[in-house]
Design a protein around this ligand. Structure first.
Ligand code: COA
Ligand code: NAP
Length: 266
């Protein structure tokens, strides 16, 4: 069952919103009546996402940009203009690799997209956020607080993202802007899980390690994003909300370790 929220007349901007979890979030807001803008690197993916959101009845626009390029991010936000009721920062990169096998540039590329890119998005968007009332959501990951082998870059980057969330909740609270992180567990049919669980055996191990015994869906992350952006969450800011079937409580580290052991053997 889909949760019901009404975002009619609101403007939502999802960075990294052209596939996977973030597109799932964008689609939920579109279904709830919002005008949804998306941005990512590939013009083809941007066009496809805008077409999908338009088909859902949303007044949708898209921007092809790299969040590592602060000027491009600022220019898209200027073109889009104010007000932004809901801002989602979810662009990210990931590949499984042991730290010893990773070049400095490999580590840097993920930190630059996830952490520095989030800073670019958040800082450039602030002047356009509805004040008071805007909701900002950073898409984090369990790697931010559960150490996982082959994920040193993501662990470092997403821990930084969560501290950005907490710090900006302090700095932006007086302006009436709320900011929270959502930390999704393993989500079905996503690029992230294709990379972390590259075969059926590893995918089953991951699934079994989730206390709810299944992968989540992008729509379920969208439901959490709508809740956090709704009046029902008007006093919630500065939190990191796991939406993960209790995976981060105990299963995450074990599943990742099993994956790393298999990679090491292969
Ligand atoms: N193992 C080790 N290093 C890797 C790697 C892997 N599997 N994949 C990429 N790298 C390294 C590259 O070798 C390069 O380092 P080098 O210059 O020292 O050789 C560095 O990472 C950057 O790679 P490049 O392909 O030039 O970066 P990019 O900016 O085009 O792409 C990535 C960024 C690497 C994160 C890419 O995987 C990406 O675009 N991901 C987006 C989609 C995604 O990851 N989705 C999951 C959601 S989190
Ligand atoms: P995905 O489909 O690859 O989503 C990543 C999105 O970001 C895409 O739209 C991608 O589009 C965009 N992007 C990547 N690099 C970018 C850059 N440099 N500049 C601008 N846009 C960029 O992967 P996903 O698995 O759904 O992950 C989405 C988010 O959820 C990420 O923040 C990830 O860390 C988080 N997460 C995922 C899982 C999971 O189970 N999948 C679990 C926990 C957290 P382009 O290629 O066009 O740029």
């Amino acid at each position: 069952m889909t949760a019901t929220f009404d975002f009619s007349g609101q403007r939502v901007f999802v960075f990294g919103g052209t596939s996977g979890i973030n597109l799932g979030i964008a689609k939920r807001f579109a279904e709830a009546g919002a005008a949804v803008a998306v941005a990512s690197r590939s013009q083809e993916k941007v066009d496809a996402a805008v077409a999908e959101l338009t088909a859902l009845g949303s007044e949708s626009v898209g921007f092809a940009l790299d969040v590592r390029d602060a000027e491009a991010v600022a220019s898209a936000l200027e073109q889009h203009g104010a007000p932004i009721d809901v801002l989602v920062s979810g662009a990210a990169g990931n590949f499984p690799a042991f730290a010893n096998d990773m070049s400095p540039n490999g580590f840097k590329s993920v930190v630059d997209i996830d952490l520095l890119g989030s800073f670019h998005v958040l800082k450039a968007a602030f002047p356009y956020l509805k004040k008071p009332g805007a909701s900002v959501i950073n898409i984090s990951a369990p790697q931010a607080f559960v150490a996982m082998p082959m994920q040193s870059h993501v662990c470092a980057a997403k821990a930084g993202v969560d501290m950005l969330t907490r710090t900006l909740a302090l700095e932006w609270g007086p302006a009436g802007v709320r900011i929270n992180s959502i930390s999704p567990g393993p989500i079905a049919d996503t690029e992230g899980m294709r990379r972390l669980a590259p075969n059926e055996k590893i995918a089953e191990q991951y699934k079994g390690s989730v206390p709810l015994q299944r992968f989540g869906s992008a729509g379920e992350i969208g439901d959490a994003a709508m809740f956090l952006s709704s009046d029902a969450a008007a006093y919630i800011s500065g939190v990191v909300l796991p939406v993960d079937g209790a995976w981060s409580v105990s299963g995450a580290g074990a599943a990742a370790l099993a994956m790393a052991q298999q990679h090491a053997r292969s």
